[in-house]
Design a binder for this molecule. Structure first.
Ligand SMILES: Cc1ncc(COP(=O)(O)O)c(C=O)c1O
Length: 427
């Protein structure tokens, strides 16, 4: 089946991050089903999973309150020729959670939402250039962003020439861009934070700088939204953006994303103004009703249950056990976890302390042998303390081999090819 998929689907996966080149060779080629934090492969083997649908499944796989809401909607139709009432209900729920926004438009993918923000900012400011944070790895599948990566075949250079990058937590690097391109930058696109926390007043100063130069601030809340806090990183740090893009956890794995912002800007996509109209996020499937039902059920569950607190608590437990296991194996500095407890990533380094895909492969390989699929340690609400403890146990058993590999070379311990970065120029 793996070969057939490779033959029929470029890259062997409809999402690069799920591809064969992202996982050790003995990772299950397919996941047949999931429940909570567990998944099963074609042979019925059970795994505890991390990452959870590229961080979209925050509550758990097949999470019953969400599935039930979807089920109820499916039997009354999913797409009509006029808006369904659920579009209003979902907008009201969302805007209650995100008080910095006055209007919202739903779409399917996070990329749609970020693209919408960029087009809107360009129209609002009458400028073409976009400043993106170069320390944040991904914003959109569209040309304007893909052209800035290593994998830029097919992207016209003229598109990429409109993009400039600045460094996170480095205000002068953004100030320099505004000086170099006076009156040309429409917006600043960034995550409020990733693994590095913002320095004191960094985000406030960045917003002021952006506004002083007549540009808009766009926060990508694809990862931080419904994970840092139900109201996003902008709530955690107390800095609202002009526009923000949401998705992933918003509908617990169903395809719903959102562009949110102030009425003054968002209304350019509407019909109640005299300015030139902006084509803002209008897609055939944009308001599929069962997706919105999933989003409403997800937001409701967040409102009534300590979801985010649980993510942080599970992550803290995992971090503590992980760091103890690393210290016990003499691997401090070689393997580590970074980021907030709700969003832990791990780093793997070779004997010279350089980031290493081969060691990443070895670590993932040894965890898979022990029933853990972990491209990251991003937890869900369904990971119990017992699941975390089982994972720590697997880490404890995986690390001695890492130690041996550092001493004797990694290749002889790998069962296949090392994993590779998605963004590379050649196959
Ligand atoms: C920070 C960030 N922004 C935007 C996106 C794009 O979202 P989507 O894959 O839903 O288009 C992603 C996807 O991984 C992301 O991590």
């Amino acid at each position: 089946m793996r070969d057939r998929l490779q033959r029929l689907v470029p890259g062997g996966s409809h999402t690069y991050a799920k591809g064969d080149d992202q996982f050790p060779e003995q990772a299950p080629a397919f996941i047949q089903r999931g429940s909570g934090c567990r998944v099963w492969d074609l042979h019925g083997r059970e795994y505890i999973e991390y990452g959870m649908g590229l961080r979209s499944v925050t509550l758990g796989h097949a999470f019953e309150p969400v599935v039930e809401a979807v089920r109820q909607q499916l039997v009354i139709g999913s797409n009509f020729s006029r808006p369904a009432p659920i579009e209003l209900e979902c907008a009201e729920q969302f805007l209650e959670l995100v008080p910095s926004a006055e209007m919202v438009k739903f779409c399917k993918d996070g990329s749609d939402a970020v693209d919408g923000a960029v087009r809107l900012a360009r129209a609002y400011t009458g400028r073409d250039m976009v400043a993106v944070c170069g320390d944040h790895p991904f914003f959109s599948t569209s040309d304007w962003f893909i052209g800035t990566t290593e994998m830029q075949a097919g992207v016209p250079r003229s598109t990429t020439q409109l993009i400039c990058t600045f460094r996170y937590n480095d205000l002068p690097s953004l100030a320099t861009l505004f000086e170099r391109y006076p009156g040309a930058i429409a917006c600043v696109v960034m995550e409020a934070a990733r693994t590095e926390e913002p320095g004191p007043r960094y985000l406030e100063q960045l917003r002021d700088l952006t506004h002083r130069h007549g540009a808009l601030l766009v926060f990508d809340e694809l990862i931080t939204g419904f994970r840092w806090h139900a109201s996003g990183a902008q709530h955690v740090y107390g800095v609202a953006a002009d526009l923000s893009a949401w998705g992933k956890a918003l509908a617990n794995g169903f395809s719903v994303s959102a562009l949110a912002g102030s009425r003054e800007i968002m209304r350019l996509g509407g019909t109640d103004h005299a300015r030139e109209r902006v084509f803002l996020l209008s897609a055939t499937h944009g308001a599929e009703t069962h997706g919105l039902a999933a989003a409403i059920a997800t937001m409701r569950f967040y409102r009534d249950n300590p979801v985010v607190e649980t993510l942080y608590a599970r992550g803290a437990r995992l971090r503590k056990g992980f760091e103890r296991a690393v210290a016990d194996n003499g691997l401090v500095g070689y393997v580590d976890v970074v980021g907030r407890g709700c969003n832990l990533l791990f780093g793997t380094r070779d004997a010279d302390m350089r980031p290493s895909q081969a060691y990443r492969t070895l670590f993932m390989q040894e965890l898979i042998k022990r029933g853990i699929i972990a491209p990251s340690f991003v937890v869900s609400y369904s990971h119990s303390d017992a699941d975390i403890d089982r994972t720590i146990d697997a880490v404890l058993h995986a690390l001695p081999l890492y130690r041996q590999a550092l001493d004797g070379g990694v290749d002889r311990f790998l069962d296949g090819q090392p994993v590779r970065p998605v963004f590379r120029r050649y196959a």
